[in-house]
Design a protein around this ligand. Structure first.
Ligand code: ITT
Length: 189
């Protein structure tokens, strides 16, 4: 059977790879491949608002439904930071973000954290359906593994009993915030 195509309002290739691994019945096509290659200002105050901004901008521009994922790491001892600012935490890339997180967690005893994900499927008319997911764990004192992306090597998953950096893609996708959000969305469409 032909896979249903979904336009994805994201320029994060790792997110799009995970979407394809999680919902295998769909073909996720990056917005760039459909002719949308602009920066979208993510000026919402929550994962949900940012997911809507991305999905609705691309859906309106392309005239087809679009899916966006807004996600991040929320650390209890840091008052929920970096949260919606996860990708821009240090002003650098993933390695710099992890280094800053480690520095800000130096000497912290409470290392509890969770990843959050809000996905939004939006039509060109602005109508939206959402899915939300979280996954809980602890911030490690040093990186473990090099798998996944972003903060994965610093995140010890309570569900898996190991870091997302050493987990296989299958293991991560069985418990991740992204898988939970996508499955929540799937149950509504
Ligand atoms: P798009 O907006 O283009 O989708 P982005 O990476 O800027 O890409 P976000 O604004 O949603 O997306 O920021 C998500 C950041 O949160 C991501 O860059 C990582 O730093 C972190 N993050 C989210 N999910 C993660 C995961 O599964 N593993 C590790 N880090 C993750």
């Amino acid at each position: 059977m032909e896979k249903k195509i979904i336009a994805v309002a994201s320029s994060n290739a790792n997110k799009i790879r995970e979407m394809s691994e999680i919902l295998t019945e769909y073909s996720f096509v990056p917005m760039k491949d459909l002719g949308f290659d602009e920066d979208i200002a993510e000026d919402g105050k929550s994962f949900r608002e940012n997911a809507y901004i991305k999905a609705s901008t691309v859906a309106k521009a392309l005239g087809v439904p679009a899916l966006a994922d807004d996600s991040g790491l929320c650390v209890d001892a840091l008052g929920g930071a970096p949260g919606i600012y996860s990708s821009r935490y240090s002003g650098g890339g993933n390695a710099e973000n992890r280094a800053l997180l480690l520095k800000n967690m130096e000497g912290e005893e409470d290392r509890s954290a969770h990843f959050c994900c809000c996905v939004c499927l939006c039509g060109p008319d602005g109508s939206a359906v959402y899915g939300e997911g979280k996954t809980y764990g602890k911030i490690l004192c040093a990186e473990e593994g090099s798998g996944g992306f972003g903060y994965d090597p610093l995140f010890f998953s309570d569900d898996l009993g190991k870091s997302f950096g050493v987990a296989s893609a299958e293991e991560k996708n069985a418990v991740s915030h992204r898988a939970r959000a996508l499955n929540d969305l799937k149950s509504k469409i």
